[in-house]
Every structure is written in C-alpha cells, then in structure tokens.
Design a protein around this ligand. Structure first.
Ligand SMILES: [Zn+2]
Length: 297
C-alpha cells in the first residue's frame, strides 16, 4: 500500500531499461514550469501556437517541461548526461530532485565516472554542485564543449537577461576546471559516446550518440524543447536560444539524420521519460514515444 506522501510525486520517477550490453536509467530532476507558451515559442502567431496545443490535448496557457536525465552504464563506465536545476528554484518548486531520484533508483553518486553536459544552461548544469559548491558526483570527470564553458563563465557576449545563468555557470563550473575536459564534433570521447555539435540553442550545444552492442540512442539535450511545437514546426524559435535561426537549422539537420537512420532518441524536456523515435512528417517531424520496457534483474 502506498502512503499519502508517496503520492505527492509521480511514481516511479526513475526508469531503467536494457541498452546493448549495459543499462540506462532515466532519472527525473522534476518538471520545470516554463509559463505561457506564446511567450516562449516564437516566430509564429499566437493563434497557431494555441491551435497546435489544443489539437494535441495540451494546455495552451502554460507549458511544463520535464527534465529527463539518463544515467548510462555502458562499456565499463557510468555516465550521467546533464544534472538538472540543483538548488535554484527560478523555474518553480518542483525542480532539483535528481539526487532524490538517484537515491530512489538505488544509485550511489560515487558510482558516476563521468558527467557529460549538453550545454551550460542552469537546468543542465545547476545540479553539478551542492549549495556550498562541492561536487555532487565526487568521482566524476566533467565534459562540456569549450565554447559553452567560455561563453557562459565569461558572460561578455550575453545580454543581461542571462545574468542568473552566467552566475550559475560560474558557480558550478569554474571551481572544478581541473576536472573538466572538452570534446569536439564527431569525437568518441568516452567508449561508445560520440559528440554531435548542434549549435544555436547555445553556440556550444551538443547532442550525444551512444552505442552498445547493436543498440543506438541519441541524447538530444535541448535540440528541441517540445514534442509537438518544435517538431511539427522545427523552424519555430525558442525564447532562450542564443541564435534561434542557427538552432532551427541544427534541429532540422540532426532530426532528419535520426529519422533517416531510425535511431531512437531521448529528449531532456519531452514528456517523461522522453524516449522514442523521430519520423519525418509534413514539413517537420513527429515524435513517437517508445513503449515501456520492463527490466528483469
Ligand atoms: Zn533545457
């Protein structure tokens, strides 16, 4: 019998499945409240945004983004992709549960060998450290692109709206510079993990192709933030994009490759747990969620 407290959150908020000779566990950092979709998804008129959401049975007054974090155990390494909001509550009170989700899944933070960051935004790097600036994953080597490390810890090229984000990047990344390694486009920087440069959301934003045995998966990071809006109309713009036009070009190019090669995807912000496939449809794409896979241990 589940107690009342257990019903305060979605259960379970971790999802393990087999991947090649290893295993992936999706961990939630909790949903992030983005607010009015018409203020966040730009480049088409408000009526079109409302129509797209209505047609897909989604609220047109507020958008909630999930934060799906894959913990990947392949080829002898335990790799965490992105870290959630950490202690910041600027996107609402439900964020910052990564460590709790790990605990619920029976995973020790000491097990993590590598933390791979898709980009430097707060909802991806915020959980790297605790309140005192200590690493939450003390045995991990940290990977992020050089340009995102530079752009977001420097802040000089960014407008004032990104102030909190720059402070976050400095707080989480600068003290641990000696643990940080950069990768370049196409590089297999961990066994079975290849970097795919997809710039625009930030200039150093990367997706990651993973392979173990015959299984492949692409972690999309923030290539697309919404399973309907930025898929049906991939040229739409997102409020937090550094270069929205470049972002749309990267989105279209990478999604097209994944659809052609039928590579399964995992999206950081799609509906929990964010796993599925991408198909070409109309002038854009369609996301097809994967069926649940039961893991027998
Ligand atoms: Zn994000």
């Amino acid at each position: 019998m589940l107690n009342d407290q257990a019903h305060q959150t979605k259960l379970p908020y971790f999802y393990p499945f087999k991947f090649g000779s290893g295993e992936i566990t999706v961990l939630s950092d909790g949903p992030l409240e983005l607010g009015d979709p018409r203020e966040n998804f730009l480049g088409v008129d408000a009526a079109t945004v409302t129509e797209m959401l209505d047609r897909n049975f989604l609220s047109s007054s507020s958008v909630t983004l999930e934060q799906n974090i894959p913990l990947v155990k392949i080829n002898g390494k335990t790799i965490l992709f992105d870290t959630g909001m950490g202690t910041s509550k600027i996107f609402g009170p439900t964020t910052g549960r990564l460590l709790k989700s790990m605990q619920e899944a029976g995973i020790d933070t000491l097990e993590v060998d590598a933390v791979v960051l898709s980009h430097a935004h707060i909802d991806h790097t915020g959980g790297l450290c605790d309140r005192d600036g200590k690493l939450n994953f003390p045995n991990a080597e940290i990977f992020i692109s050089e340009s995102d490390f530079d752009d977001w810890t420097d802040g000089g090229k960014l407008d004032d709206g990104f102030k909190a984000q720059v402070e976050n990047a400095r707080r989480n990344l600068l003290p641990h510079r000696d643990r940080i390694t950069h990768f370049v486009d196409g590089q297999e920087f961990l066994p079975g993990v290849q970097a795919v440069h997809a710039p625009g959301h930030t200039l150093g934003h990367f997706c990651f192709l993973m392979q173990s045995g015959n299984d492949r998966l692409c972690f999309l990071g923030d290539l697309t933030h919404h399973h309907i809006l930025l898929m049906e109309r991939p040229w739409m713009e997102f409020k937090y994009d550094t270069d929205p036009k470049l972002s749309a070009r990267s989105r279209t190019r990478v999604l097209d490759m994944l659809a052609t090669d039928r590579i399964p995807v995992m999206s950081y912000h799609f509906a929990w747990p964010g796993l599925g496939n991408v198909a070409r449809e109309g002038e854009g794409f369609r996301y097809v969620p994967a069926a649940m896979q039961m893991l027998s241990r």
